[in-house]
Design a protein around this ligand. Structure first.
Ligand SMILES: *Cc1c(COP(=O)(O)O)cnc(C)c1O
Ligand SMILES: [Zn+2]
Length: 417
């Protein structure tokens, strides 16, 4: 049974049928999925959710499909880790990491949005799925299209990390590298979508795609014991994830599933691409596009589609936005790995780096609950760390050389009796 009602313009409120539409014909505002919340309220309880398998589909009433998903039925319900060592390092008392670096199947939060988008694209009769990507979306579209036997076209900026390109090609996707920035890729893809009529998951079927991100928020609340954190820090590229986490919290609150919504939402970007952070700091509604220059390539969107709405949810929640340099990103990637054993990608370095900054600035108090959103896996952005870590120590396979190595490192260990 489906509770998907249709689409609605975020600006003027005009309603549309549940079709592959994304822009309002009256005011050009973005369209958003609406549901039959009154009917959902009658069926969705903690008990019903609790009995379901640990995947993002345990919240299926709040996702925009009319049937069961045709791909990605195992996605989501990634760990929410209590980060005791990182708490000590940052001097805070209640810190959690929501870890989508281990999401299935392609190790980023994009698997959430893609399983929804491709399943919905099939329901609407598309044969070919496509996307404009900064890397993780490419991996996920290629993998999930392969898994459900659809042809895929993936458009990327030519200078992406090698692992993200390889991790797209391996699934047999048609990969097109564009000599330009993500924003130029995106503009071309809008034209291709118009001409060829393919389902571009993050362009012409974006309203459905974006709903998948809400599950990141539902899971956090459930994993905290049906409670909201006081503070959540979220990385921003196009700004969709942060707005949908905020929507997820509001929905849970309105449905009576979680009480007391009082969460401050904070946005994180790299200094080399921080158009949304700039708008928050300058207290303007206008997002000034930038030309990205950062190692956090997954977040390198200079003209973010949901920038305006991101700045709005941040401000309305009483949160803030900050950015960090490439050096700070690398330091934070190392800190997360060394304290919690979690190897996040550059975007994770952005999020933790910004969290640390906000704590230092006293914008986030040390004695309240904080969630850090880790959205992608470090194995996919290894090149950012080349030359930035300790070297391995090379010796011959001789015990005496190992003894010398221990000695030269100034270490002493008790020997076995
Ligand atoms: C895409 C992406 C984001 C942000 O996504 P938006 O919804 O476009 O803001 C964050 N982290 C990672 C690793 C991503 O790939
Ligand atoms: Zn409108």
């Amino acid at each position: 049974m489906s509770y998907l009602k249709g689409l609605k313009c975020r600006e003027c409120g005009k309603e549309y049928p549940k079709e592959p539409l994304h822009v309002c014909e009256l005011c050009f505002g973005p369209l958003e999925v609406i549901y039959e919340y009154d009917r959902i309220r009658e069926v969705l309880t903690h008990g019903t959710i609790d009995k379901r398998p640990p995947t993002m589909w345990r919240y299926k009433e709040l996702l925009p499909l009319e049937n069961a998903p045709s791909v990605g039925s195992e996605v989501g319900f990634t760990p929410l880790v209590r980060a005791r060592n990182l708490e000590k390092a940052l001097g805070v008392s209640e810190l959690y990491i929501k870890n989508d670096a281990v999401n299935f199947p392609t190790l980023s939060f994009k698997d959430r949005v893609v399983s929804v988008a491709i399943s919905r694209a099939r329901e609407m009769g598309f044969d070919i799925v496509a996307c404009a990507s900064t890397g993780n979306l490419a991996n996920s579209v290629a993998a999930n299209a392969a898994a459900c036997g659809m042809e895929s076209y993936v458009f990327i900026p030519y200078d992406l990390e090698k692992t993200k390109i390889l991790g797209t090609l391996v699934y047999g996707a048609n990969v097109v590298s564009i000599k330009g920035t993500y924003d130029e890729v995106n503009r071309l893809c809008s034209e291709i979508a118009g001409k060829y009529g393919w389902a571009f998951v993050n362009i012409n079927i974006r309203p459905y795609y974006a709903e998948g991100s809400k599950t990141f928020g539902y899971e956090i609340a459930e994993q905290l014991g049906w409670r909201f954190p006081k503070h959540i820090v979220v990385p921003m590229a196009g700004g969709s994830l942060i707005t949908k986490i905020s929507k997820a919290f509001k929905e849970l609150n309105n449905l009576g599933l979680v009480k007391n919504l009082d969460t401050r939402v904070y946005g994180a970007q790299a200094s080399g691409c921080s158009p949304i952070v700039n708008a928050v700091k300058e207290n303007t509604e206008l997002i000034r596009p930038v030309r990205p220059n950062t190692i956090a390539k997954s977040l390198a969107i200079g003209n973010p589609a949901d920038g305006y709405y991101s700045a709005k949810v941040i401000k309305e929640s009483g949160g803030w936005a900050e950015s960090v340099t490439d050096e700070e990103i690398i330091a934070a990637m190392k800190l997360l790995a060394e304290t919690e054993g979690i190897f996040a990608e550059t975007a994770g370095g952005v999020t933790l780096g910004v969290t640390k900054k906000l704590i230092d600035q006293k914008r986030i108090p040390r004695n309240e609950s904080i969630v850090i959103s880790i959205t992608g896996n470090g194995l996919k952005t290894q090149e950012a760390l080349y030359g930035k870590l300790n070297e391995t120590r090379v010796i011959n396979a001789k015990l005496s050389e190992f003894d010398d190595l221990i000695k030269s490192a100034g270490k002493e260990y008790a020997l076995k009796a």
